[in-house]
Design a protein around this ligand. Sequence first.
Ligand code: ZN
Length: 394
Amino acid sequence: MDSTFTCLYCGKAKPQNESSLEHAIPQFMGGEYAPQIFQLTNVCKTCNNNLGLWVDASYAKSWFITNYLAEAARLLCTKPDDPGLPLRCMGKAQIPNLDVPDEHVAEHWIGPSGETITWIRPNDERMDSYTGGNPIDTKKKPSVAYFFPVSESPEKHTLGLRSFHRSLEKRKARKILCAELRDPNGAKVDPKVWGFDSPTADDVLNREAIRTAIHAGNIPMQVVVNTKFDQRFMCKLSLGIGYSLFGEDFLTHATASEARKGVWRPSDGTKSAMRGTSTLFACDTPFAKVVGYPGAVAIIVMKSGPSWSMCVSIDEKIPFIIELGPGSMTSQHVNSEEGYALLLFPYRENCVELTMAALIAHRLEVMKHSALEQIDLIRGAASQFDAQLAASSP
Ligand SMILES: [Zn+2]
C-alpha cells in the first residue's frame, strides 16, 4: 500500500485521508501570511487538533506571549480605525460582590488606552495558565464581558471599542457597556449601535460591583504562569521549520527525533536531549537584539559552530534558541553563509523574508532593505499615533 504517510509530529504511519493542512508557523505568529514552503501536508489530523490545543495554545495563551504580542501589535497600529489591538491580560480577578457562576472565573483585561474589561467565562482547570481559558469552550459556551471605557476622546474610544470587539470576535460572549456613550456632538449613543447587548438585572448588579471595585482600586489579581510553557512548543516549531527548510534530510538526524520526544514527553520519563536556551533564561540578551525586529515575530535560522540553530523572538524579546541539526544540512531556501530570517507581522497581516545578513545590514544601516523600510515607516506612523492618542483628552 502506498497510500500512507509518516506524520511529521507523531512519526506514525497514517492513511492518506488522515492528512491535514498545517501551517508550520501557527496563526497567532502570522503563519497564514508566511511563504508557501511553510505549509505542511504530512501532519495527521489528530496531531493537528491535539497539538493546536495543548501545545500551540499553551504557548500562545501564556501570560507572557499574550502580552508581548499585544505590545508588538501596538508598535504597528497607525490609526483609530485599524482592526483593533489585542488586549492585555491582567489575570484572574477577585471582585467583591461580583456574581460569578460555578465553574466560571472573572478575568481582567486592559484595552489600549487603559479601558478595563471584566470577562466572566467558563473555567477549565487543566488550562489554568491559559489567558482566556479553554479556547474551544469559550467559542461554544456562553460568557459575559463588561467593558468600561476611560475616555471621551473619539480616537481612544474608537480604538478601545474595536479592540474589545476584536478580542471577543470568535467567543460566545454577551457584551455589556458600563458607561454612557456620546457622539462627537454630545448626543447619547444607543449601545446597540456599538455592538453591545442589553444588560439583564444581574448585569446591572455586576456592573455596579465592578465599578465600585475599580473606583476603590481594589481588584486583587492572580496570574498563573507555567514556567515550562515554551519548551514543547519550541520543539514542535523546530520540527515544522526544520522540515520546511531542509526537507527529508532534516528527519534523519538525532535532533529531529529529540524534538519529537520534546513534543510528546515520553511516558518512560526520558527527557528530550534537545539543545537550546529557553525564553525565561535568555531574556533580552544582546543576541536577541541582533536577530529580532521591533514589532515582529522573528524566526532566524543560522549556522552557529557545527550546527544549524533557530532563534525565535517577539518584538526583540523573549528569545528562544534551539538546535535544528548538523551544519551539513543544505537547503535551497537558506543561504548557508548568510543565514535565513523570516519576520512576521501578524497585526499587519504580512511578512518579510530575507537573509540574516541582510537583516543585520538593515539594522546597522549599512544597507537598507526596501520591505523593511516600509515596515519602519509604519512603525514611525504608529509611534506618532501613539503620542497623539496619549495627548488627546483624558
Ligand atoms: Zn501525527
